[in-house]
Design a binder for this molecule. Sequence first.
Ligand code: MIC
Ligand code: SF4
Length: 646
Amino acid sequence: MAKTLTQKILESHLVVGQYEPGKEIGIRIDQTLTQDATGTMCNLQFEAMGIPRVKTELSVSYVDHNTIQAGFENPDDHKYLQTMAAKYGMIYSRPGNGICHQVHLERFAAPGKTLLGSDSHTPTGGGIGMVAIGAGGLDVAVAMAGGPFYLTCPRVVRINLTGKLPEWVSAKDIILKVLEIFGSKGNVGCVFEYTGEGVKTLSVPERATITNMGAECGVTFSIFPSDEVTREFLRAQARETDWVPLSADEGAVYDKEVEINLSELEPMIACPHNPGNVKKLSEVEGLPVDQVCIGSCTNSSYRDLMIVAEMLDGKVCHPDVSFIVAPGSRQVMRMLADNGALDKLLAAGARIAESACGFCIGNSCAPRSNGVSLRTSNRNFLGRCGTKSADVYLVSPEAAAAAVVTGKITDPRSFDRYMYYPSIMQPLMFRIDDSMFIAPSPEPEKIEIYRGPNIGEPPVNDPMPEKIDGVVTIKVGDEITTDHIIPAGSRMKYRSNVPKYAEFVFEVLDPEFHIRARANKEKGKHNIIVGGLSYGQGSSREHAAICPMYLGVKAVLARSFERIHAANLVNFGIAPLLLNEADYADIEQGDELVIENMRAKIKAGEDLIVENKTKGKSYTVTYQLSDRQKEILLAGGTLSYMKMKA
Ligand code: MIC
Ligand code: SF4
C-alpha cells in the first residue's frame, strides 16, 4: 500500500502499538534537544531517573533562551547544564552558539530520523525531512533515558505546493497563508506533509521557516521530503553522508488535501494577539511602526538576514523605528561578518543582539507603551514581548526590512521602485566551526554536578484523590496560551525555583490568581481552572502544569486542549477534562465544584459527573486518555508513576 512520508518514518520507529491514526503509539527517539529554559527541569528529572548515560544516538543541550544573565540565576543554570552534559553524555552548545532550532538544523538534523525537543518549535527539523516533535521536558527526559515517546498516531494533511513564489514574497508568507487556511486551533493530532512541484523551489532553511510555524497551527509536526535540495544543504554543511532520499509514495492517501499555488501568494501579516489572526499585509499598510525585530528560530537564517542586509544597503532606519537584529546562529553571524553584510546592517542602524532567543521570548527589547512592533518571529501573544499594551505583528524579513526604512507597515513589493529583488544563493559551503560545542567528558565519573542556589528538586505530586472538592479559581476564554498561564520574559529566570515562579501563574490575566489559589489550598480545597477552546496553545513549557500543580490545581475543565499542554498536565497529575459549550457558559469563577469517584471512574473509563454546589447543577465531563495516561494521572504524574513501576 502506498504510504505517506509520515507513515514511513513513524513505522520505522514504532515500538508500541500499530500505525493507526487516532490510536496511541510509542516511537523510538534518535535525537533529543533541550534548551536552558525547559532543560534545567528536564535535566533534574533525568537525574532523578538514575540512568548513568543518555541512551539516544545524539542529545544536545543548548543554551539560548535565558542568556540575559541579569543576576546569578541564568549562569547558575548554564553551569548546571554544562556539568550535566559532560557527565551524562550530551553535547553542550554554549551560549552565543545560537538558537537551538537553527543550530540543530545546521549541524545535526538528518532526514529519516526522529527528534524530540523540549521546545514547541522543535518541528523546525521537519524542513530537512525528519520527524521532529516538541514535548514537555519530562517526556524528553524519558526519551533521553531510552524510553519511547508516546503520541496519538496522527492524521496526515497534504499541503501540495505548486508554482513558484513571486519576488518579495517568501517562506514566511507561505506559512502565514497556511495559518490563514487552518487557523491556530482545531489541528491537534494532525501532521502537515508538504508535497508538489513548489517544494523544489524552496531551500532547506525556507522549508524550516514553514515547519517551524506549523507549531502555531497546533499540529504534531510538519515535514518536507528529503530531495536534491536537502542534499545540497547537507553538502554545504559538510554533512552529505547524513543524506537519504525520502518522500511519500505515489498514490499515498491523505486525510485531507489542500493546494497552495505559490505564484499567487502575496505578503501576509499576523495581527495582534495571535499568530492565527492573519491578514493580507496590504490591509494594514501604512500603520506607523515603533520597533522592528528581525531574528528568532523562524527567520534568522543566512538567507533571511542577507535579504535584509541587501534591502537596507545604503539606507538608514527611520527615526521613529528602533531596529533590532538577532542572527540565528554564530554560523550566520560570522558569515555576515565575513561578507560585509553585518556592516551593511550596522550602517543602517541595526542594534545587533546576541544569537539567541532574546526579543522573541520577551527578556529584552520590549516595545514602548502602546507601541507597534513588527517582528519576523512566530508568536505575538498578549504581553509576550514584555509590554502588555503593545501590539506585535508578525511578517517576513522582506516586510520587516521595508518598514525599517519607511517607519510604517509597507508592502515590500513597493521596493521594486528602488531595486531588483536581491537574489540570495545558498553558499557552496557554510562556515563550519563546531568549537562552541563541548563534547561529553571521557571521564564522567570525575564530573561533579554544579548546583547553584536557584536550583531546587523537581516537584512531585500526590496521587489523584477519590474526590475533588474544589473551587473555580479562574475562568478564562478561548486560545489561552502557556504564555498566559506562566509568563517567560523577565520571570523565566525562576524556572528552576517552582515556589517563586508559581507567583506568576496567570500574571498577564489575573495577578491575584496565586494568592487565591494558595488560600484555597490552605483551607484544604482543590483549585480548578476553567478554560475555553484550545487551552494551552504555544510553548511546551511544563511549568504551565508544574506551577499550577504546586498551587494545588487538580483539574482543568476546558472545551478543548492543545497537544503538548494536555500531555504536560497528565505528566504532573492534573486532570484535563472536556466540557461542552453550554456547561462552560454556565460555570463561573468562584463556583464550588465537586467530582466524586474520580479514581474509580477513570479506571473504568467512565465519564465524570461534576456537581456545581453553587448553582445546584451537575455536568458530565469526558476525557481523552490512553490506559497508560490514566495510570499516570492516578499515580499523581509521571515521576510518581515511574517510581511505582520501579
Ligand atoms: C517559546 O517560544 O515560547 C519558548 C520559550 O521557546 C518555549 C519554551 C519555553 O517556554 O522555554 C517553547 O516554544 O516551547
Ligand atoms: Fe526561542 Fe522564540 Fe524560537 Fe521560542 S520561538 S525557541 S523563544 S526564538
